[in-house]
Design a protein around this ligand. Sequence first.
Ligand SMILES: Nc1ncnc2c1ncn2[C@@H]1O[C@H](COP(=O)(O)OP(=O)(O)OP(=O)(O)O)[C@@H](O)[C@H]1O
Length: 636
Amino acid sequence: MSRNLDGPVQTQMAVAIFKSPLRGDHYHGSKGLEGKPAGRRRVFVQTETGSVLGMELDRGDNAHTVKRRMQLALNVSTEESSLTFGDLVLNNDLSAVRHDSPLLLTRNHMHRSSSTPCLSPCGKDIQSRDWSDPIEILGQSNHFDRMRPLVKGIAKGMKKGVEPLPVHSGLGGAYYFRNARGESVAIVKPTDEEPFAPNNPKGFVGKALGQPGLKRSVRVGETGFREVAAYLLDYDHFANVPPTALVKITHSIFNVNDGMNGNKVKTKNQVSKIASMQQFIQHDFDASDHGTSSFPVSAVHRIGILDIRIFNTDRHAGNLLVRKADQSGGFGQVELIPIDHGLCLPENLEDPYFEWIHWPQASIPFSDEEIDYIRNLDPLPMIREACLRVLVLCTVFLKEAVSFGLCLAEIGLMMTREFRGGEEEPSELERVCIEAMRLTVERELSSPKNFPKAFLGDDEFLFDLDCEEPDPETDFTQKVGLGDFATRLSLPFGVPNGFGRSLLSKLEEAIIEDDEEDDGEEAKAPFSKPQASKRAPSISKLSVSMKNTSLDDKVKKFPVANPPKALVTTSSSGHRSANEQLPSSPSFVKLADIHDEDWAIFLETFQELLGPAFAERRAVTSAQKQLPRLGTSCKF
Ligand SMILES: Nc1ncnc2c1ncn2[C@@H]1O[C@H](COP(=O)(O)OP(=O)(O)OP(=O)(O)O)[C@@H](O)[C@H]1O
């Protein structure tokens, strides 16, 4: 991808979700998302420390005028700052910005650390300069209609002085907002109070918005939009995700740290935040408190289908609320409500977490209705490019797996990484991606004119295009083998006249050097733009054959980091340095590194490779005789 993912400054809030009203009644993707923005639009500008100002844009406004208003209203310096709208840096023209969009204002060229006082307002009365209502839904979609009565109810409650209740569980700041009768009706999670975000109230601080967060592939401040994305992607309310919207909300309950060391500011002023707001669902337990055998197969399947599609990295039992269907107290069927989708749609493939993977329900074949639902799915382009690629890939994967006849557990297992001897290995899905990347590269290399595109930006050249004879010692194609899949597929990986072979061997040499240089680098800047020389390594990691993969040792294993749950169990007292605490999960596959022009060919190749991979998975499942026999005859 040509886009710079070196994100803190340039790509903060994934807001393409708001580019288009989503089609309300259907789950097929909308291809033509662009619409003409109106002349007058209101937007919500957030600083990287979380302060938010609503403002109305006129046709003649530009990035400079927005910055100027921010400076006047919040008394922040806007020199050397960038205004961004999702992946787009707004240099001047604001025509791409749509009504009700959140924009982000960040400082350039600044090392952000826990001690960095980023654009902070200096105690001015922001609210007197902000014309917007106490709660405003961001984005226009009829999917948010279900939130409107809720918002009204909360506004009435606020008028009557009903205070929200802070939620003590979880790592992020969260609040139950209540209606005038004092009933909790929504859970609100401000984006700047997420774990490690500047205003986290539980001591997990140390990052600016836009930096890698609890999961390296999910930036701080962007979990809220994922919560909304999960709701919007839950077409037909199939998995039962509670209605969720992004809001701009003003209240004195919210937490503000002093911007330097995470200490809470004592005076409780009204403060505006951008937050996810989700309908509060009355429930009796969560799935960690309850035997799973009473969970309906269809509920598990539906949630699993969503999790696979959105590559959920956080489906632990606590994120499944359980409500007794029979409120009379009988121990009958229950309803499952999936919550907390802030860590779905990572920018790179990670190790997902699917609590349901070993539940017997997940090994029951999909029903006809579920298969129909999956067949009709179409990825909806509505989010940051890198996450969109994960969504597209996972939707294709799900559809193909179901056509092949795999069950939920098999699909989930293919996505899950293995830990051997305390080290992490790529999942089967990642191996297929790696192989597809390799074949894509080889296809590119078979066409000399295209060579630079596979690895480099349009104006960057890394290797001499000389034409040496292939050296069997260094011949990359021989060394890595093409794997069972490639040979079965008869893809055009042959490289004419030794030309590409020579290039490939050079490439591998460069990769090895580069990998050596890179060690440690990535940990520091996981979102840094892949430089020409840095794109290759992720492609090099495809030095695998699919089965009994002999990955190069350098890329094969990564020490297992503490999973995020380890953080959950630690006490929330005291401040956590994000750098100390962040788990370091390796990225074997960076979909964002694939050049735009190669994406389609990669996807096609990926799809072609899936059949053999599914067959292997099926063979493994059949061989696992020790598993309990599961089939449609199981009773739940
Ligand atoms: N829609 C909802 N309805 C009712 N209760 C909810 C809802 N969403 C969350 N909760 C409650 O709030 C708690 C915290 O929410 P959530 O897990 O989403 O926060 P979090 O800070 O992201 O947590 P974690 O750190 O575990 O990921 C949940 O354990 C659950 O009890």
